[in-house]
Design a protein around this ligand. Sequence first.
Ligand SMILES: [Zn+2]
Length: 173
Amino acid sequence: MANPTEQLTAIDKSGKKTPHEYYLLKKYEILKCGDVLKLIRRWTANEDPIYFATLEDTFDIIKRVHIATGHGGRDKMVKELSKKYANITHDAIYIYKSLCIECQRKRKRPTTKGIVVRPILTRNFGSRSQVDLVDMQAMKQGNYKWIMVYQDHLTKFCVLRPLTSKRTAEVAY
Ligand SMILES: [Zn+2]
């Protein structure tokens, strides 16, 4: 089936029109820009025309507005695009925005702030350590349900012990 632009130009304006042709004429209009025919929403000449973007142009239009608004958010882009285009969906705008590499970089920046902390310095073996418990309750061995991982902070020397519970007293012992 021909696209609305072709259908519209094919209508014989002086002849008898079908209901569908009436519908098209009521809804759309063709704007001639040089040699190019552009499909627009039927308009009154004192306002700016609202265009129907073709599928091939949609990506470039969204990209242009996204950059023109300084990598604007969805609402900013929707506002800009609705001034000029009738058929750019919120979904398309949202997808473009979520895939913009520049925006992804910007979003990640705040989370990397404050990550650099002062390192903890340990002078002697055995003076500071880190303990982690591995939950083995689903595969217990006799009464043992936990693996305690004890790591010396200075040397990274590691000790493993099976535990029957994760009670403070048992872990400390
Ligand atoms: Zn962006």
